[in-house]
Write a protein that binds this ligand. Structure first.
Ligand SMILES: *Cc1c(COP(=O)(O)O)cnc(C)c1O
Length: 852
């Protein structure tokens, strides 16, 4: 029978249960297991069915169950506890506040832009690592009291859910998410209406953007949404999907995020009575246009482009997340120009007042063929960083052309190694271990946790077994569901109850399926892999998950190859693929695996954070020396797959896979299966303890956010205020123009070593004359540079010492340099621009070396 019409029946929560709504609307519950348990206990089945979404749960709970709970004293008591705990949490005096009280840093506000935020499975605005990192950044900012306001997009469909076809081919499904069903509330303007901002698109079309807010503990996250009736259909779809659509769709999203985001956060601060943000942090290049809009605002206040750029740069941080050029967002120059929309005077209609040609210069690549969002980010920001030490170094190489005439190591891109949010990523049973090791939250920011006997080996091993067992129970259920989705009948699926074994060494591998991550490295020698899996004494099992981007056919093929291997090689009980990798699956996987495998092509993994989550749960690392592991790798806390030195990719993969098999077969499995009389692998457990206590605290997001605060946010806040101070930026911009024009006249000559016979332990005096042309001595920094020399006559890892005018002739500069070791040294002298608002001499790309 067909329905005549439909109607929507909602539960009105009894008054006694209303506080549940408050808890459901602050995402703090997502890292507070007691709150999560409270929701789950309302209706376990519904909890799962709603995808762990308390907002929908509370709408769908039956009237009878609501009535029952409203009279359940124990439930009401737990609810009350959670309400009070949330209030207490929100009122705590935190690290940032304590650290900055009474200083100018106390008032700094940071606007943090990201294309995705992975906070909870029920807020589907993330796809993978970048999103989870932004989510963890927000959560730790809340825990530490760091003054951050997040800005992202509210996607109608989010990212896709993954299932497999019978043949193991990835299928994508997009689900629509109404804002009413998410933990977001409208930001209201002064008239009580939802705040709207707008952005001008070509053809004088105004895109209307509704502003929502998700509350992440103490940190607000503003989410922009174009799917509103005020927009035409094509504009409503701008915020439809994360990473869907073509380049034009992408640039539209980035304009909404960058330009709309600046307007939204400024309006929000005004409504809330907050001071305006001082610091703008672009987490990846997607928000590059935020700088363009801010330049426009200053121009509209009467500043020149140069002055505006100086102010924006002083207050902007750009974080790059990929060492792979193909991972960077680049647009056709014409497409970018079309959306910047020059009027008759060449001024942008997108960011009124800004000369379009100047923005094109900021984003241009060398040959002017592409508009590069990372270049735009770097040229709009005085502060830039990569996300692990190695990644910082690789980034300095990758972007060195933006800083001509300077050594790679002087490229002003530093690094702050990523971290993961401990309360989110530690599963219940291991939390007590982390607590014992860290001795409570303050110590969570120490460099080392307590290792010795914080938790006894039998207890730690028991917990590890429990986590593995949990994972296996869940994996069996997911595999069964997956086969049902692949068209199998329940009756033929009995075997799924017997897959995996909770006593067997379990290797986890889960991440986006992109080529460089090499999902199928383990399949290089299928026979050998099969022998390892089915070894009668020391078996191994793999649990694998990951999504391929819908347009990435190569990725989908790799996935299919893996799934088919598992299906066909008689090892479907030992190698398992779990579809629809998301934060919930990630939590189980990183906790329940014994080994976390990471085998990217070095150095293409910027950081990788899943391995950090694994460490926190007592899972050991097996990785290529790349990303975060490159700086933490240590045989006493994990295993490093040696990198093959060859230019032949096929050969490299073969060698590295053999090394992987060797480690698994000859080192890892023997250590895991070497048991004492009580069945405990003592050496394994010691390694777990060492890994957690040494690596754990250093890969926490608390450490990361503290580093962002002290190394980037506070300095950027100060330089932002300095630039705004009484025309300082204007003076700086004029100074830069003068220096650029006069630079050809700066000449370094007559360089001398004044020390006849230098001795180790003594000093060497270097002097030089510098003709300054139109500049003054205060405008230049003259440096003596000294170091060992290689065969080609280049200085190797030289030291530089600033030279001074005092003590020598009028225009002779000098410095006295201590030399510790004997041997051959080379030296030179250089002049670079110098100004209080210049953070790195490389910024201007100007340098003069002596002429021979
Ligand atoms: C942590 C996490 C990632 C990032 O993993 P990498 O190791 O950086 O590849 C991706 N997706 C989900 C769901 C995660 O939880």
């Amino acid at each position: 029978m067909k329905a005549f019409d439909s109607l929507n029946v909602q539960t009105i929560l009894p008054e006694a249960l209303r506080p549940l709504e408050v808890i459901s609307k602050n995402l703090r519950w997502s890292w507070r297991p007691e709150s999560e348990r409270l929701f789950r206990s309302i209706d376990d089945h519904l909890w799962r069915e709603t995808g762990h979404n308390p907002v929908v749960l509370l709408k769908r709970i039956s009237a009878s169950r609501a009535e029952e709970l409203a009279n359940d004293a124990e439930f009401l008591h737990r609810m009350q506890q959670e309400v009070e705990e949330l209030e207490t949490y929100l009122a705590l005096d935190r690290w940032y506040e304590k650290q900055t009280r009474g200083t100018e840093d106390a008032d700094t506000i940071v606007a943090y832009f990201s294309m995705e935020f992975g906070i909870a499975q029920s807020l589907p605005i993330y796809s993978g690592g970048l999103g989870v990192l932004s989510g963890d950044h927000m959560k730790s900012a809340s825990d530490l009291g760091a003054p951050i306001i997040g800005i992202g997009l509210l996607y109608t469909y989010g990212y896709f859910s993954q299932t497999l076809s019978r043949e193991g081919w990835q299928q994508e499904r997009y689900t629509q998410h109404a804002p009413e069903d998410l933990a977001v509330t409208p930001v209201l303007d002064k008239t009580g209406e939802q705040l709207h901002v707008s952005v001008t698109f070509p053809g004088d079309r105004e895109v209307q953007i509704a502003v929502w807010k998700a509350q992440v503990g103490n940190a607000p996250l503003l989410l922009l949404d174009t799917n509103i009736p005020a927009n035409d259909e094509d504009m409503r779809s701008i915020t439809d999907r994360l990473y869907g659509g073509d380049a034009e769709h992408r640039i539209k999203q980035e304009l909404v995020l960058g330009v709309g985001g600046v307007r939204a956060v400024q309006a929000y601060c005004e409504i809330e009575g907050l001071s305006q943000p001082d610091v703008y942090h672009m987490n990846e290049g997607h928000a590059g246009f935020s700088g363009t809009e801010r330049i426009g605002q200053l121009i509209r206040q009467g500043e020149t482009f140069e002055t505006a750029l100086a102010v924006v740069r002083a207050s902007t941080i750009f974080t790059t997340h990929t060492p792979v050029p193909a991972g960077i967002d680049r647009f056709d120059m014409n497409l970018a120009a079309r959306y910047l929309q020059a009027d008759e005077q060449g001024l942008s209609k997108l960011a009124p007042g800004v000369p379009v040609a100047r923005v094109m210069e900021l984003g241009a690549e060398d040959d002017l063929s592409r508009f590069n969002m990372a270049h735009l980010g770097l040229r709009s920001a005085q502060y830039a960083n990569g996300v692990a030490k190695l990644h910082g170094k690789v980034s300095r190489g990758m972007f060195r052309d933006l800083y001509p005439n300077f050594d790679q190591r002087e490229v002003p891109i530093t690094s702050i190694t990523n971290g993961v949010h401990i309360p989110t990523w530690t599963r219940g049973p291991i939390k007590s271990v982390v607590a014992a090791m860290s001795g409570g939250r303050d110590l969570a920011t120490a460099n080392h946790w307590r290792e010795a006997d914080a938790v006894g080996s039998p207890e730690l091993w028991r917990i590890r077994n429990e986590l593995r067992s949990d994972l296996i129970t869940r994996a069996r259920r997911l595999v069964r569901q997956s086969w049902v989705a692949r068209g199998a009948q329940e009756a033929e699926l009995g075997w799924t109850n017997n897959i995996l074994d909770d006593k067997v060494l379990t290797v986890g591998f889960a991440r986006r399926v992109s080529t460089y991550k090499r999902l199928t490295l383990m399949l290089q020698n299928p026979e050998r892999l099969r022998r390892i899996l089915t070894n009668p004494d020391r078996p191994v099992q793999f649990i694998i998950a990951g999504k391929a981007h819908p347009a990435d056919m190569g990725g989908k093929q790799l996935l299919q190859e893996l799934v088919r291997f598992a299906d066909e090689a008689g090892v479907r009980d030992r190698i398992i693929f779990l579809p629809d990798y998301d934060v919930t699956i990630a939590k189980f996987l990183v906790a329940g695996s014994d080994i976390w495998l990471n085998n990217p092509i070095r150095p293409q993994e910027a950081s990788g954070t899943s391995g950090m989550k694994a460490v926190m749960n007592g899972c050991l690392t097996l990785s290529i020396s790349d990303g975060w592991w490159d700086e933490f790798r240590d045989d006493t806390v994990g295993w490093t797959i040696p990198e093959a030195v060859t230019n032949d990719e096929r050969q490299r993969d073969l060698l590295e896979s053999e090394a992987l098999y060797d480690l698994l077969e000859h080192e890892i499995a023997p250590l895991f299966y070497d048991r004492d009389e009580q069945g405990i692998p003592q050496d394994w457990v010691s390694k777990v303890r060492r890994s957690m206590s040494i690596v754990g605290p250093q890969v926490s997001a608390e450490r990361m956010v503290r580093d962002y605060c002290t190394e980037l946010y506070m300095p950027a806040g100060r330089s932002a205020r300095a630039a705004l101070n009484e025309g300082a930026a204007r003076e700086f911009a004029e100074w830069q123009q003068k220096v650029r024009a006069s630079w050809p006249l700066v000449v370094v000559h007559d360089v001398r070593n004044e020390t006849a016979s230098p001795v180790a332990g003594g000093n060497v005096e270097i002097t030089a004359k510098v003709s300054l042309g139109d500049l003054e001595a205060k405008d230049v920094k003259v440096e003596a540079i000294i170091g060992r020399v290689d065969e080609a006559g280049n200085l190797v890892a030289p030291r530089s010492v600033e030279m001074a005018l005092n003590g020598w002739d009028d225009d002779r500069w000098g410095a006295s340099i201590e030399i510790d070791d004997p041997g051959n040294f080379g030296y030179t002298v250089r002049a670079v621009p110098k100004h209080a608002l210049l953070r790195s001499p490389a910024e201007m790309g100007l340098v003069q070396l002596p002429r021979k």
